[in-house]
Design a binder for this molecule. Structure first.
Ligand SMILES: CC(C)(COP(=O)(O)OP(=O)(O)OC[C@H]1O[C@@H](n2cnc3c(N)ncnc32)[C@H](O)[C@@H]1OP(=O)(O)O)[C@@H](O)C(=O)NCCC(=O)NCCS
Length: 196
């Protein structure tokens, strides 16, 4: 049998870095258009959406963070510059998937050991924070296609499953199984209609 290997199976293999960046930028803009009914054009989104700017700054800072310990302080500087302009603080050490969209954005905090899956929608004033200050995994892990409502606070090294919806202003301190809707303080599971 012919060995196909990585080259045949990886859709981005052989593409230049520039082309991959262009593709990622385009999918970030498409995600914003899809998630925000008020978005009218990709150009306007690219120019005026702080949530999109913050994610792009994070992606550069994250590459610096992962590349070399010497670049880590500069990655922090870049993320603080992004915070100054957008009001969104994403630690460069956080791990964030594709098509992540932060709508409105102001007041978002994403901690160093947070992990966020693909196609996650987050509104303003969400915190993915720690409950302790040690140098270990102390921030949440969020699955794919999760909605994080405005003002939601997720704290501690909890796991939020795929397709979960966290309501506006919920406080979540425990694991959430996939597909659940969680609202309130502390968060309680509800049977939502899964349209929001
Ligand atoms: C949690 C959420 C995703 C649930 O959506 P849904 O699946 O359509 O669920 P429903 O609207 O049917 O609500 C299910 C139950 O939770 C309650 N509920 C919904 N959102 C709530 C919230 N944020 N806080 C407290 N209770 C809430 C509803 O009253 C309902 O209660 P009931 O079963 O006692 O009648 C949605 O209400 C929400 O908060 N989305 C975030 C929106 C947001 O942040 N918008 C900002 C735009 S700028």
């Amino acid at each position: 049998m012919k060995h196909t290997g990585h080259r045949a199976t990886c859709p981005t293999h052989g593409q230049s870095l520039l082309w991959r960046v262009v593709l990622r930028v385009r999918e970030d803009l498409s995600a914003a258009m899809e998630e925000d009914p008020a978005a009218t054009s990709k150009i306007l989104v690219a120019l005026t959406y702080p949530g999109v700017h913050a994610v792009w700054a994070y992606r550069v800072a994250h590459v610096m963070w992962m590349k070399s310990p010497l670049l880590k302080p500069w990655a922090r500087v870049l993320s603080q510059i992004a915070r100054f302009f957008t009001g969104i603080e994403i630690h460069p050490g956080a791990t964030i998937g594709r098509r992540f969209f932060i709508d409105h954005g102001m007041g978002v905090v994403i901690g160093e050991t947070a992990e966020v899956g693909d196609d996650v929608l987050m509104y303003h004033q969400v915190t993915l924070g720690g409950r302790s200050r040690g140098r270990f995994k102390r921030h949440p892990t969020v699955g794919n296609r999760v909605l994080l409502g405005a003002g939601a606070k997720l704290i501690g090294p909890i796991t939020v499953g795929d397709d979960v919806k966290i309501g506006a202003n919920a406080l979540v301190v425990e694991d959430v199984p996939p597909g659940e809707v969680v609202v309130g303080i502390p968060g309680k599971r509800k049977i939502g209609d899964v349209i929001a």
